[in-house]
Each structure stands twice: as structure tokens, then as C-alpha cells.
Design a protein around this ligand. Structure first.
Ligand code: RTP
Ligand code: MG
Length: 147
């Protein structure tokens, strides 16, 4: 069983897409472990995006992610990292397959609605900087036997 960190970015919150996006993960059969509506501080944004430090889009990315509230989540399930990346779609909306979140709702790479961890190592790191262990809710997903 794998876990991932997903975050609806300020554009997704402002556009009223939290429910639409959450519902895609729920209908897929993934299990919600934690969720938090919050504002990201510059310090937290720097930790989260440390792998992109120095890239041309780094400073605008920090400004964007701290510009308004986000909806931070942890989800779990078999292959949850690859599955959620597939549902989210490619970084650039032009390359995202129809039916993915970014294809259906995003236009620009800079405003692509949602973040998803890209590896087990990054998932563990990102979950630990946004959530304390006590905030991760342990429960049995009773429908799990059918998905
Ligand atoms: P994310 O981390 O947000 O889930 O997105 P990703 O894996 O698909 O993309 P990543 O390469 O990790 O880039 C992180 C975010 O930085 C912005 N970006 N802009 N202008 C550009 O070339 C560019 N490249 C990346 C995007 O907002 C991207 O989601
Ligand atoms: Mg990424």
C-alpha cells in the first residue's frame, strides 16, 4: 500500500474545483488519509519545491503557490503515485491526455491546478512537511476488496 501527497493549487481553489478534483480520486477508489485547507508560507514552499531551486520557473512558482489557499491531501492505495499522476495528466496542459484533470480544466503550465508526488521518496518527504503523523487517519476502507 502506497501513499501520495496531492495539493490543489491556488488556481484550483479559486476556480471552485476542489470538489470536482476530489471526486475523481474518490470515484477511482483511492483512500483519503488526510486533508487540510491552508495557506503555504514561503518557507514551506521552498522546502516543498527544493528540487526546482535555480530553475527559471522557481521564483514565479513560489510566488504562485503562496498567493492564496491550497487544499493539501494524502491519499493511499496500490500504485497510488502512478495512478494519481495519470489522472492529473502531463505538466503542460497541451500534452495532457483528454479526460485528465489538467487537460479538462487547465490551459497553462504555470496554472495547472494540482500537484502530485512523483516518487515514493518525494511522497514521504512531502507528506512529512505538510502533515504530522497524528494527522494521518488510519481506518479500514470497506470497499477496498472490490477495487
Ligand atoms: P507538480 O510537481 O506540480 O505535480 O507538477 P509536475 O510534477 O507535473 O511538474 P514539475 O516538473 O515537478 O514542476 C513543478 C511545477 O512547476 C511549474 N513548472 N513550470 N514554465 C515551466 O517550464 C514550468 N515547468 C514546471 C508547474 O506549475 C509545475 O506543476
Ligand atoms: Mg513535480
Amino acid at each position: 500500500m502506497e501513499r501520495t501527497f496531492l495539493m490543489i493549487k491556488p488556481d484550483g481553489v479559486q476556480r471552485g474545483l476542489i470538489g470536482e478534483i476530489m471526486s475523481r480520486f474518490e470515484r477511482k477508489g483511492l483512500q483519503l488519509v488526510a486533508a487540510k485547507f491552508m495557506t503555504v508560507s514561503t518557507e514551506l514552499a521552498q522546502k516543498h519545491y527544493e528540487e526546482h531551486e535555480g530553475k527559471p520557473f522557481y521564483e514565479p512558482l513560489l510566488a504562485f503557490i503562496t498567493s492564496g489557499p491550497v487544499f493539501a491531501m494524502v491519499w493511499q492505495g496500490d500504485n497510488v503515485i502512478a495512478l494519481t499522476r495519470a489522472l492529473i495528466g502531463k505538466t503542460n496542459a497541451v500534452d495532457a491526455l483528454p479526460g485528465t484533470i489538467r487537460s479538462d480544466f487547465a490551459v497553462h503550465t504555470n496554472y495547472n491546478l494540482i500537484h502530485g508526488s512523483d516518487s515514493p521518496e518525494n511522497a514521504i518527504r512531502e507528506i512529512s512537511i505538510f502533515f504530522t503523523p497524528e494527522q494521518l487517519v488510519e481506518y479500514e476502507q470497506t470497499m477496498q476488496r472490490w477495487v
